[in-house]
Design a protein around this ligand. Structure first.
Ligand code: ZN
Length: 397
């Protein structure tokens, strides 16, 4: 096989949205002349349509890759050299204030962001090597291969045999994940009071009690809501009122992040608010034809599915109207749901299933909260021990 030529990425690399004729879209990396950077484009296209990742993921990946490419170009490095000089890239990131608008603007990016950029770079290189665009040698710059031959026998896995594993060479150490920024119960109630339509109130109730992601709520169809006591007539065997979170490509770009569909049981609040919202919706004939649950009722295009940016604006408006000290973001209502599940003593695996987390670690961020739960745990173990002692023949000794 001929050796691949070195690839020099363009200095003006930037992320760019590409829409396919069928309406599906992904993000790629383009140069100054809006020409796709082939090696990145193949990776991002496969990520979106081969691995079925969301458009939002490709957008994030394209942004991080473009940032890495610009650094390579600025410092005169080929992609191959970039891979072996990742430490210099990390140093550059840690000392360069970010230009991206947002909370961190003007400060160097945090550890989590840097680790994310590094993870994206590794994924990109693995793909490029598999596709034959860069030499496999770059992987030795990204991973160290370790084996277990120096471990004491008792620490080696059962069954013997030498095992190898690849460990990323570059990763910043993170602090323990902080508890996510949850809305307080008072903040959420203030938003509910400030809301002026039943649609907005229903959305607030659904985010808090169902713990849905905003994309999941906006992607809901009326046919996903099984709000009767029994849904057997529509061919669903799940007992009690519930809704289904299903992953689809939606025209409002709402996207259920979980790969697996999940069932979320709903309680009285959600049902009552949905009733009121359904009444309100009748007054807007254009909404009748739409199967989406959340649609525009007060402005054009009437009946069109609500977008995530409209919801973000809504939350900003409600926060202002409620006179809150800080703006409450839609995702903070989901975090409130997570915290409340934890506070209510719901086991972490159950909370994980309800919230649709793929990894337990995402759910565990809610678990290091209160001293009260530690106390309860010790008390309940002690109480069990005492009970057993009393039940033993001969009683307590
Ligand atoms: Zn169902």
């Amino acid at each position: 096989m001929p050796k691949c030529p070195l690839l020099i990425p363009p200095e003006g690399s930037r992320s760019f949205r590409v829409e396919l004729p069928d309406g599906r879209a992904y993000w790629t990396v383009v140069d100054d002349a809006y020409l796709k950077v082939e090696v990145a484009d193949r990776f991002l296209f496969d990520l979106r349509f081969g691995l079925d990742r969301s458009e939002g993921t490709t957008r994030m990946y394209a942004g991080e890759l473009a940032c890495f490419f610009r650094w390579c170009a600025r410092t005169g490095r080929s992609l191959e050299e970039g891979a072996t000089h990742l430490s210099s890239f990390v140093l550059a990131l840690r000392t360069t204030p970010t230009a991206r608008p947002g909370r961190g603007q003007g400060r160097p990016p945090g550890v989590a962001r840097i680790n994310h950029v590094l993870a994206v770079a590794r994924e990109f290189y693995k793909h490029a090597v598999a596709a034959g665009s860069v030499s496999a040698e770059v992987l030795t710059g990204l991973y160290e291969v370790a084996d277990d031959r120096h471990l004491p026998a008792e620490l080696r896995p059962e069954g013997g045999g030498l095992r190898y594993h690849a460990r990323p060479r570059h990763r910043l150490r993170t602090e323990r994940a902080a508890a996510p920024d949850a809305a307080s119960e008072q903040e959420w109630e203030a938003l509910l009071e400030a809301a002026s339509s039943w649609r907005d109130r229903f959305l607030l109730v659904l985010l808090r009690f169902g713990g849905l992601r905003i994309g999941e709520a906006l992607g809901l169809r009326r046919s996903d809501l099984h709000f009767s006591a029994s849904s057997t007539s529509v061919g669903c065997k799940v007992a009690g009122p519930h809704l289904h979170v299903v992953r689809r490509d939606n025209p409002n770009r709402a996207w259920a992040k979980s790969r697996d569909a999940r069932v979320v049981p709903v309680g009285r609040w959600v049902l009552a608010y949905y009733d009121r919202y359904s009444q309100e919706r009748l007054a807007c004939p254009a909404a009748d034809g739409s199967d989406f649950v959340f649609v525009n009722l007060s402005h054009a295009p009437f009946g069109a599915p609500m977008t995530a940016s409209a919801v973000r604006q809504l939350f900003r408006r409600l926060s202002r109207r409620a006179g809150l000290a800080r703006p409450v973001h839609p995702h903070m209502a989901r975090h409130l749901a997570g915290s409340e599940l934890n506070e209510a003593g719901v086991p972490v695996d159950v909370a994980q299933a309800l919230l649709g987390h793929r990894r337990l670690s995402s759910t565990q961020v809610y678990t290091h909260v209160s001293d009260r739960r530690l106390r309860d745990a010790v008390d309940s173990v002690e109480a069990r021990g005492l009970r057993r002692k009393e039940q033993r023949p001969g009683g307590a000794r």
